[in-house]
Unconditional design. Structure first.
Length: 77
């Protein structure tokens, strides 16, 4: 199960890889710096639309995968 902390870690790592400051990424995504700080801190109640805007600005996609699909996770077929 993906947690808010997992998303936070991924966003922060991607931002640093791209050598963007928080203000730069926030501007590129059309969100406030405060929102980005909370997202990178793993706040569990951030807005989904703004989170998706940040992921888009970083060139990241979020995928929804059924937990019952064990074939892709090395489970039994």
């Amino acid at each position: 199960m993906t947690t808010p902390k997992d998303i936070a870690t991924t966003v922060k790592a991607a931002r640093r890889t791209l050598k963007l400051r928080q203000a730069e990424l926030a501007a590129a995504a059309g969100v406030g710096v405060r929102f980005l700080i909370e997202l990178e801190a793993g706040k569990p109640t951030v807005q989904l639309d703004k989170t998706l805007a940040v992921l888009n600005a970083l060139g990241l996609d979020m995928a929804l995968v059924s937990r019952s699909d064990t074939s892709s996770r090395g489970g039994r077929s």
